[in-house]
Design a protein around this ligand. Structure first.
Ligand code: SAH
Length: 358
């Protein structure tokens, strides 16, 4: 008979390969059982430990007793008209995070969260409106990827991962790095490092820690303004960092990894979208090996600011190009399901608050 799960059951995905091998040995099993288990989890998309039929029954029941294969549950699943899918995931403590699957020809990208809420306070972003509650654990980060992977047909796999969901990834590096390394490993999802992108508000110490990690993941820095005066207003945490420090850390990242850094710039109508801003930004970046990704701001319900006009976006893009900077404008995916970070969680939270208050 299977012993029921207890509150002391662990998340299987918190264990990296070495720790899972160690656990197998503690059970009197050869260490290679860990690779077998990981093949079921990452390669064969097993939904239960019971499905892992080439493992000894005794090992399966020990797994069942001691671990959650998936600890989180999917509480909402939305599909947009462009087939972008978004999940609202409930964690064991009742908190919520979001993750998104975006489909393009030959490419399936997932966007994942690293924290419950966010402490950075960017004025245009839904994720930080109520601050940060806690960091996610490695397993909670990986569960999002595997949930989305299981939405794909058998012959398709995830091709890219972007860490651009809720939270500031570099404020939770000790849980994030083992998760990314597992996605990168052959016995994990086997995604090349260049297919994994970490997006940061620009925490210089975190950027430098990532630079020496030994895997050249892509780095995207959310800049949003060409000078400190404006950036302090849009990204409050900038007041204690400053653009010069961020660019210097990003330069070090390029020197250490050889990876061209992407600068994200959310265009907010009437705030940071003037041609003058584009020129100043161009002067900052033109001698760097940089690429700018312009993101017209997605509307966020409680906020009064919004995106620029299409004409202003085109003028800004052209002004930046005249400065000799590489630039693209981000395609909008999942617009009809509010796929921009943090919005679904925010709605759910405010529904809960209004329910609680009624
Ligand atoms: N904290 C990290 C990662 C999460 S945000 C960071 O700051 O980069 C991922 C990207 O989405 C960032 O560039 C962020 O600025 C952008 N973003 C957040 N809210 C947005 C909105 N309402 N419209 C457009 N882009 C948004």
């Amino acid at each position: 008979m299977l012993t029921p799960l207890t509150t002391t059951s662990r998340r299987l995905l918190d264990l990296d390969r070495a720790r899972l091998s160690g656990w197998c040995e503690e059970q009197g099993q050869p260490a290679y059982r860990a690779d077998q288990i990981r093949r079921w989890v990452f390669g064969k998309r097993a939904a239960t430990f019971d499905a892992m039929h080439d493992l000894p029954a005794d090992l399966r029941s020990r797994l069942q007793t001691q671990f959650h294969l998936f600890e989180s549950t999917v509480v909402r699943h939305q599909t947009a008209s462009d087939r972008t899918e978004k999940l609202l995931v409930e964690l064991a403590d009742g908190e919520h995070v979001e993750c998104v699957l975006m489909r393009e020809t030959g490419r399936r990208t997932v966007c994942i969260s690293t924290q419950v809420g966010c402490a950075m306070g960017c004025v245009f972003c839904a994720s930080g409106l109520n601050g940060v509650k806690r960091n996610l654990a490695t397993g909670e980060i990986l569960e999002q990827v595997l949930r989305l992977d299981r939405l794909l047909p058998a012959e398709q796999r995830i091709t890219n991962v972007v860490v651009m969901g809720i939270g500031e990834p570099l404020a939770n590096l000790s849980a994030l790095l083992p998760a990314l390394d597992t996605l990168n490993e052959k016995g994990g999802l086997g995604l090349g490092a260049r297919r994994i992108t970490v997006s940061t508000v620009g925490l210089p110490d975190g950027i430098r820690r990532l630079a020496v990690h030994g895997k050249a993941y892509n780095l995207a820095v959310s800049l949003h303004a060409p000078d400190d005066e404006l950036r302090n207003r849009i990204v409050p945490v900038n007041a204690r960092i400053g653009i010069a420090e961020i660019l210097s850390a990003a330069d070090d990242y390029f020197a250490a990894t050889g990876r061209r850094v992407t600068y994200e710039y959310v265009l907010i109508g009437g705030l940071n979208d003037a041609e003058e801003h584009a020129r100043t930004l161009g002067q900052l970046l033109r001698n760097r090996n940089a690429h700018v990704n312009l993101i017209p701001m997605n509307p966020v319900a409680p906020l009064e600011i919004g995106g620029p006009s299409a004409v202003q976006t085109a003028l800004f893009t052209a002004a930046l190009q005249r400065e000799g900077v590489n630039v693209t404008v981000r395609k909008r995916k999942g617009a009809d399901i509010d796929a921009a970070c943090g919005q679904l969680r925010l709605q759910t939270e405010s529904q809960l608050v209004s329910l609680g208050g009624s």
